[in-house]
Ligand binder design. Structure first.
Ligand SMILES: C[S@@+](CC[C@H](N)C(=O)[O-])C[C@H]1O[C@@H](n2cnc3c(N)ncnc32)[C@H](O)[C@@H]1O
Length: 267
């Protein structure tokens, strides 16, 4: 999969695990698979969300669809402790989903942003859900990122990061479109929810943790961005310095919103 902006080196595979842990308390309270037996996870990566789903729902059977073989290999290792659970891995492009069974639920997290045809993925999910089946999405809304005070290096790097994703066919604000996309794919009972963080010096520890998490997220695309001249090593260093500085600023603010959606396949 040549156009995936984060790449597949082992540092990135570890980042996905740590990301899922950092954001779990924000993502999972709005999601409910307690009525599900049979879940389809699309873009399952190294199994970081799969692990949380299996822990939260001990009865769940899980089918993981992922395009990249090395992610599936890592996911198998990461999920090895669930040896007594029914987990199926399928290496497939989610934009051409074709599975030999249907599901009562589906889950997609931080995937549609990377795809040139997110609607195709949702149409594929729709056709693989049983009537009455439920889907939950969690996706980025990168234009919502605001920080204070102004740091030009961080602002420029962030713009380049989003531009890099667009150049690779992705959608850094796909979260805003989730309702439209679900509607166009045929889903009903569409509900949207905004999650995220609004951190400042009243919560210095979460602020510092988020700045560190953001550094690793931004850095994950650095090699590809450098290759095509979108950033230099200096820009990378400045972005890291700015985020370190942000942690210590008296009036620091870090604000970001992602979007979640729930929808149902008509009976
Ligand atoms: C940012 S990761 C998120 C992984 C997982 N959902 C999580 O939150 O940890 C996106 C994953 O989507 C996969 N992916 C990208 N394009 C895909 C496609 N067309 N079909 C299936 N998976 C795809 C990537 O290989 C990557 O593992």
């Amino acid at each position: 999969m040549p156009n995936y902006i984060h790449g597949y080196i082992s540092e990135e595979q570890e980042r996905l695990l740590s990301q899922a842990g950092t954001l779990a308390s924000l993502i999972y309270p709005w999601i409910d698979f307690s009525q599900s037996k049979n879940l389809l996870e699309i873009g399952s990566g190294v199994g970081a969300q799969s692990k949380l789903l299996l822990e939260l729902y001990p009865e769940l059977e899980l089918t993981c669809v992922e395009i990249e073989a090395s992610q599936i290999e890592k996911a198998k290792t990461n999920l090895a402790s669930f040896f007594d659970r029914k987990i199926t891995f399928v290496q497939q492009d989610a934009q051409q989903l074709s599975l030999d069974k249907t599901f009562d639920s589906a889950f997609i997290c931080w995937v549609l942003e990377h795809l040139s045809q997110p609607l195709k993925v949702l149409k594929g999910a729709f056709s693989h859900l049983n009537p009455g089946g439920v889907i939950y999405l969690t996706e980025v809304f990168n234009s919502s990122f605001h920080f204070f005070p102004e740091f030009q290096g961080l602002a420029d790097y962030y713009e380049a990061f989003n531009e890099y994703q667009r150049q690779n066919g992705g959608h850094p604000d796909v979260g805003l479109q989730l309702g439209n996309l679900l509607h166009q794919a045929g889903f009903i009972e569409i509900k949207l929810h905004h999650g995220g963080f609004h951190l400042d010096q009243s919560q210095p520890q979460p602020l510092a943790l988020m700045c560190d998490y953001w550094k690793s997220l931004m850095k994950s695309a650095a090699e590809g961005m450098k290759e095509i001249g979108l950033i230099s090593d200096l820009d990378l260093n400045q972005m890291e310095k700015d985020l370190d500085q942000l942690k210590t600023e008296r009036n620091a603010v870090f604000f970001y919103q992602f979007v979640q959606a729930k929808a149902v396949r008509k009976q």
